[in-house]
Design a protein around this ligand. Sequence first.
Ligand code: NZQ
Ligand code: ZN
Length: 389
Amino acid sequence: MDNFSFCTPTRYVFGHEAECKAATLCHEAGWKHVMIVYGGQSAIRSGLLDRVRKSLGDTGITVTELGGVKPNPTDDKVYDGIALGREAGVDALLAVGGGSVIDTAKAIAAGILYEGDFWDFYCGKSTVEKVLPLGVILTIPAAGSEGSGNSVITRLDGLRKLSLRTDTELRPKFACLNPELTYTLPPYQTASGIADMMVHIMERYFTLTEGVEVTDRLCEGLLKAIIAEAPKVMAEPENYDARANIMWSGTLAHNGICGCGRREDWASHFIEHELSALYNVTHGAGLAVITPAWMSYVGERRPAKVAQFARRVFDVTENDDSKAAMEGIRLLREFFHSIGLPVSMKELGIENPDIEKLVGKLHENKGPKIGGYLSLEAKDTEAIFNLAR
Ligand code: NZQ
Ligand code: ZN
């Protein structure tokens, strides 16, 4: 096991009416003027936004609002938010939504106190030092941004989708998670979120680091639980316990606990980010396509951990590592299909992918080599895109 330092300073408030605690948490933190950041229609339609606005007002907090954040969020909204927040003089942010809303709020939180262009943080020109504090009311379990120190934004100029990773700076001060708020999710979003959280675990699971039995078992246990709960939420969208288990899994998948002491992989995410940047597909659905293709490629060359995944997560009994690995991948694809997800670019609606462009942008953005479990160059990532067709 590698040395590590792990700090997750976020307070998680979980369960029925969790969102009602947000105003008190803002008030206790001494926030006086909060910018609520939200997405399209879902939080308006459900009445959530009205309730949040009112509860902040009732505690004497001034509110400024920035709505209209779209999935696969773009830099234009961040610039709007920075300008609005500076003009209004906000001292904190409250993201009401999913990964796209939270990531936009994080970018604003960092950008507002920075004299240069916030994009400097994403393209590695500068590091985040000072940020406005941020709280979250989560409405979709998927990206895990409510517990992560990361934010992913797409620059419209050139469609570059890049992630900013921080240790603790961008981790929310609190995250309110009420599983009931997820009852209104369309099935495709529920399923895509499930794929995303599974892959967050798998990006950490596939490692060459040895002696990591505890985190291996954490990963396997979470994956098994998600696979068991997923059909329940798909069949009964208002099954509280199933929704609750999926929601908490999404946070545990990405707050860092599964990755302690081990080198992580992240190739599937880097590859998928090019798909969602270029074709604007839902990130989790893109991962349901890319990750099994990635596993087939690495499973042929380095089957051991893929075989362990197959045996321990999908109960494959095959003794031969290569055969076990392939059987595990088949079962993973079958699982994704069973919850209504695509497993090929064609099923994702991309009939003629521009693979040359995807590979070119991938390595321009992420460097000549990606991946911790198996190092991949352009010829390898091109093969993976082709396997995902
Ligand atoms: O915009 P509204 O109307 O709110 O609709 C949203 C959106 O269309 C809808 N939705 C959310 N909550 C709902 C709801 N609809 C009905 N009822 C509810 N309760 O769901 C749609 C998707 O929302 P989005 O925020 O885009 O989803 P998600 O949480 O999957 O976030 C995806 C983004 O996060 C990034 C992805 O790349 C993508 O850009 N990621 C961020 C990470 C991080 N910061 O740590 C890590 C991830 O790997 C990921 O890359
Ligand atoms: Zn993800």
